[in-house]
Design a protein around this ligand. Structure first.
Ligand code: GTP
Ligand code: MG
Ligand code: ZN
Length: 288
């Protein structure tokens, strides 16, 4: 029987087939081959023995969060608590591009006191790299109706730092989910990691994945990947004079020219420089 892995808890794989959940185990052969089924996998399973027999080829596979076959990433940030960070947003947009997955941004907690200029600026910056941005409050439900449509017929992976309101968003679009909500700890400066496992929830002909939040430091990208997959760079990087141009101090760099012409916002480029500085090379460039 064909099914979809919707959750994995303590070595038990919850497989959904025709609206029924089967608690299964993968066959031993997977372990011997070093293959691990993940949430989002389409599988062939035996409903009598409750074993997963076959994992079908994946259209995408993310390591963080561990999930397969998603059609889009919904990157969630909060305006405050934790504070919105362009750096983190650009990092995750790069991660989406690197994995060939479309991304959209949802910004929560707009009920908290804020300056409208910040919202306008965020809109403009992401608009310039063709990323849709939505502003919502899970508390007052402002903007919730509009974002519901984003999930229709998609397998959406909700990603974001701990405490930004990912689970709250899922509850806001459908309270029946009753996702556990954590608290944002002012003392720790972060959420308390309420959601601990990846889970797929059926919604409007598709699925929404709630995922555990990450801390701001977790995702590491290589300099070479940033140079190619940074938002707005994909059509430019191969036009630079140097094939392995990092768009920093190199001459005849098309990216830097675009920044000078204001086709790429200087804010986006400043974030790029910072992320590139923090990143390491995938390959040793010079042999010592
Ligand atoms: N004021 C306000 N508070 C919010 C909003 N969204 C979420 N919160 C609060 O933020 C805290 C964290 O919310 P969660 O939904 O648990 O956050 P999460 O992103 O799922 O966190 P993890 O599961 O740890 O990754 C809770 O105290 C929520 O009540 C919002 O739009 N406005
Ligand atoms: Mg959560
Ligand atoms: Zn360049």
């Amino acid at each position: 029987m064909k099914g979809l892995i919707v959750a994995i808890t303590c070595g038990t794989y919850a497989v959904e087939a025709e609206g029924v959940i089967y608690n299964t185990k993968p066959r031993g052969v997977f372990r011997n081959q070093g293959v691990k089924p993940v949430v989002g996998d389409n599988v062939e399973f035996d409903p009598d023995n409750l074993t997963i027999e076959v994992i079908y080829p994946r259209s995408s596979a993310l390591k963080r969060p561990l999930i397969a076959n998603i059609s889009q990433m919904i990157l969630v940030f909060s305006l405050k608590e934790p504070d919105f960070s362009y750096l983190l947003a650009f990092k995750y947009l790069t991660y989406a591009n690197l994995n060939g997955i479309r991304a959209k941004i949802i910004i929560t907690k707009i009920d908290k006191e804020h300056d409208q200029k910040i919202i306008d600026e965020i809109k403009e910056v992401f608009n310039s790299v063709n990323i849709e941005t939505y502003f919502i409050s899970n508390k007052t439900h402002e903007g919730i109706e509009q974002v519901k449509a984003l999930f229709k017929d998609e397998v959406s992976c909700i990603m974001g730092q701990t405490g930004v309101g990912k689970s709250s968003l899922i509850n806001a679009i459908d309270p029946n989910y009753e996702r556990q909500i954590g608290e944002y700890s002012m003392a720790l400066g972060r959420g308390k990691h309420q959601t601990k496992e990846v889970i797929l929830l059926p919604y409007l002909g598709g699925y929404i994945a709630d995922t555990p939040g990450f801390s701001s430091l977790e995702l590491n990208l290589y300099k070479e990947d940033l140079a190619i997959f940074y938002p707005g760079f994909n059509t430019l990087y191969n036009k630079c004079y140097f094939a392995n141009c990092l768009h920093l101090s190199e001459n005849r760099c098309v990216v830097k020219e675009s920044v000078n012409k204001k086709e790429i916002s200087s804010l986006a480029y400043e974030c790029y420089k910072k992320l590139s500085e923090e990143a390491i090379f995938r390959k040793e460039r010079y042999q010592k």
